[in-house]
Design a protein around this ligand. Sequence first.
Ligand SMILES: *[C@@H]1O[C@H](CO)[C@@H](O)[C@H](O)[C@H]1NC(C)=O
Length: 134
Amino acid sequence: MGGGNGHVLVFLVSVFFFIISSSVDGSQYKQLSTIHVMNSMAKGSGPMQIRCKSRYTDYGMRQLGEGTEYRCGVREKAVYYCMGMTGRRIASWHAFQPRRDGNRKAVFWLVKENGIFLSWDNSTWVRKSDWETD
Ligand SMILES: *[C@@H]1O[C@H](CO)[C@@H](O)[C@H](O)[C@H]1NC(C)=O
């Protein structure tokens, strides 16, 4: 029994675990698209709260300062909702919708005083949703 076989075994075992762990990572973190949400509210409105989620993934509540952008990944072919809150206003919209957004690698959202706007190229915007006030 030489020491050589032991090294080969250790090597094969590490290769095995490397393959296992990379395939697990690959399937878990494969990203279909990215949701971008830009806070374009009026100056002085302060930070807004944002939360994006699907049935399977919940990115939790985040703060989004004026003029800054929030980003999160689309990991499953499922509807992702985002909810925004600022002061007494609340808005919620479909941030990623497989039938609408298909294979687009990025979906951009602009959150403004007069509503929530969608773009696929970060330059042409369509109004999709509005604020609710209680
Ligand atoms: C989208 O456009 C805005 C304004 O031009 C820019 O500040 C932002 O960085 C762009 N976002 C991306 C992801 O390219």
